[in-house]
Design a protein around this ligand. Structure first.
Ligand code: FEO
Length: 168
């Protein structure tokens, strides 16, 4: 495997791992603050990101590349509001999308068509995750500081997230 691509895939392993631990911290904050629906949502997102990471680890190994399991920075664990939480969720997904687009670009430059093909799964996944993060943040912006709205958001978050998936 081309060394530039190998490095980029190792970086991506780190970004997926970072997202997984960040979402776990977000789930835990929501759990501790009475937002049980939001907690369940982020526990599940954390698991998903872990799968994204593992899929990359396995792929690099299958292709004879060298995987480097990274040391991670401590995730942010305190939030002032649901808005701040979901703002971070969207920023994190936008960042991951940018990195994936960069890998796709470099795959074409280095004629790594197998990796390019493999990464298409991530392109589709990011499209869905970014759209979902945007929808949820839009709903929270409408709700603002209104407690009753936040209560309903927490109760219905999984329905809102699934409805978004069905629109894809
Ligand atoms: Fe796997 Fe949502 O980035």
């Amino acid at each position: 495997m081309n060394s530039t691509i190998e490095n980029l895939l190792n970086n991506q392993i780190k970004y997926e791992a970072t997202a997984s631990m960040q979402y776990l911290a977000m789930a835990s904050w929501a759990d501790a603050n009475g937002y049980n629906g939001v907690a369940e949502f982020f526990y599940a997102q954390s698991e998903e990101e872990r799968l994204h990471m593992t899929k990359l680890v396995k792929f690099v190994n299958e292709r004879g590349g060298k995987v480097s399991i990274p040391l991670l920075e401590k995730p942010k664990g305190d939030f002032n509001s649901l808005n701040e939480l979901f703002d971070m969720f969207l920023s994190s997904e936008v960042f991951v999308t940018e990195q994936i687009n960069h890998i796709i670009f470099e795959c074409l430059q280095h004629k790594e068509y197998n990796v390019h093909n493999f990464m298409q799964w991530y392109v589709t996944e990011q499209l869905e995750e970014e759209a979902m993060a945007r929808t949820l943040l839009d709903k929270l912006t409408i709700i603002g500081d209104e407690k009753a709205g936040q209560y309903l958001f927490d109760r219905d978050i999984n329905v809102i997230a699934r409805a978004n998936e069905n629109q894809e």
